[in-house]
Design a protein around this ligand. Structure first.
Ligand code: URA
Length: 176
């Protein structure tokens, strides 16, 4: 993964401040996958350290008792897209080997994807997240849940309610 820190496989290398590799123990029970770093993450070098991350991990702890320390946290795309635009297909494809390596290295019991980009990349569905959130998926024989991106939950109380309900489903999946 040292190579990732100097990756130039796509054009995002030209505008990023830092590569946001991922954080947490590879022995974590839950692997959390988001879309791409935002401004705070590009500056701080860790995924989900801004407002949406704070909401996600607060709800996760309230609903399951799991804390960020129980999670390995990463994104589909490891560098911030300019102005937080959605990552392009070629950027997702260029970054895919890094995500594949993280999925293979991690000892997680279950996966959580947040938002369309992460759910599609990890579980391979093509529908929008509104139709599939809360469903149980599998990746490499391990169970997972796809839910809304917490940034959407910051804008809508009904999305926040659905996100909370989806997170609760993880309890059963991560149980020993
Ligand atoms: N949104 C994401 O999808 N990932 C982050 O790390 C931060 C915001």
């Amino acid at each position: 993964m040292d190579e990732l820190l100097s990756c130039t496989r796509c054009q995002l290398a030209a505008t990023r401040q830092r590569v946001v590799v991922g954080s947490g123990p590879t022995s974590a029970r839950l692997l959390v996958v988001g879309e791409a770093p935002g401004r705070t993450e590009d500056e701080g070098g860790e995924p989900f350290i801004g407002a949406s991350g704070r909401l996600l991990f607060r709800l996760l702890e309230e609903e399951t008792g799991l804390t960020r320390a129980d999670c390995f946290v990463t994104n589909v795309v490891k560098c911030r897209p300019p102005a937080n635009r959605p990552p392009r297909n070629e950027e997702i494809a260029a970054c895919a080997p890094w995500l594949e390596a993280q999925l293979a290295e991690s000892a997680h019991r279950a996966l959580l994807t947040v938002g369309n980009t992460a759910g599609r990349a990890v579980f391979g569905f093509t529908e929008g997240i509104a139709s599939v959130h809360g469903q149980r998926f599998e990746r490499d024989g391990r169970p997972g849940i796809a839910t809304y991106h917490p940034a959407a939950a910051l804008r809508s109380t009904s999305v926040a309610r659905d996100l909370r309900a989806d997170l609760k489903l993880l309890l059963e999946l991560v149980a020993p």
